[in-house]
Design a protein around this ligand. Structure first.
Ligand SMILES: Cc1cc2nc3c(=O)[nH]c(=O)nc-3n(C[C@H](O)[C@H](O)[C@H](O)COP(=O)(O)O)c2cc1C
Length: 204
């Protein structure tokens, strides 16, 4: 039991966001194993609001990456970024999504959520779905790491959900939350700092 606890702590501690991958594909069986782990996450009312879309059609993935990059560039320029810099940033985002060995889009649905007539409780219900979905992603990230794969969460779908839904022809109630890039790490990323316990923990 204590050996197992150490093992879990080590998996949690050594997981890193991996952004550079070798060109090796990730098999369907492996991706299914990761989603299998994801679905055992806790969720509010056990509603299991998570939905996963594996982007296996490469031309479609490239079209999606192009459409998202175009929006990203427009947004950056609207923020006042010079055109050449916005182009570079958008091209980098496009390449990242197009070139990762595997990409899983994580969505949520409120299909089995409680329905409230007032905005505050409706917002709380939505937040619980977001929280539950994030827990499923953590299961996925840790399982990928434990399987020797690298993974990185990308938040870009949150900024243009309608493009993602349109390009992937998703059900209207699926709300895109994140892309998870997956692949064999090209190198081990260095560990970003963590705030010390004293900064984040209070006792009352
Ligand atoms: C909600 C969320 C959104 C994130 N979005 C991005 C992203 O868009 N691009 C990216 O490169 N990393 C993204 N990350 C990864 C974080 O940058 C990373 O987890 C953080 O820097 C700590 O590094 P570590 O995961 O290696 O411990 C995201 C992580 C989370 C939890």
């Amino acid at each position: 039991m204590s050996a197992d606890s150490n093992w879990l702590a080590e998996v949690m501690r050594s997981r890193r966001s991996v952004r550079h991958f070798r060109r090796e594909p990730v098999s369907r069986a492996t991706i299914e194993r990761l989603i299998e782990a994801a679905r055992w996450a806790p969720s509010a009312h056990n509603a299991q609001p998570w939905r996963f879309v594996v982007l296996e059609d490469e031309p479609r993935r490239r079209d999606l990456a192009r459409a998202m990059a175009s929006r990203f560039q427009t947004d950056l320029q609207a923020d006042g970024m010079p055109v050449d810099k916005a182009l570079t940033r958008a091209a980098r985002a496009q390449a990242r999504l197009s070139e990762a060995p595997a990409v899983v889009l994580v969505c949520l649905t409120l299909q089995d959520a409680q329905v409230y007539p007032d905005a505050p409780r409706a917002a709380a219900e939505h937040q619980m779905a977001v929280e539950s979905t994030a827990l499923a992603v953590e299961n996925l990230l840790l399982s990928a790491h434990e399987a020797g794969l690298g993974a990185c969460w990308l938040c870009s779908p949150l900024f243009c959900p309608e493009i993602v839904v349109r390009e992937l022809n998703l059900p209207r109630d699926w709300e895109p939350q994140a892309f998870i890039l997956l692949g064999v790490p090209e190198r081990s990323p260095s560990a970003p700092e963590r705030r010390p316990l004293a900064d984040i923990l209070v006792w009352r």
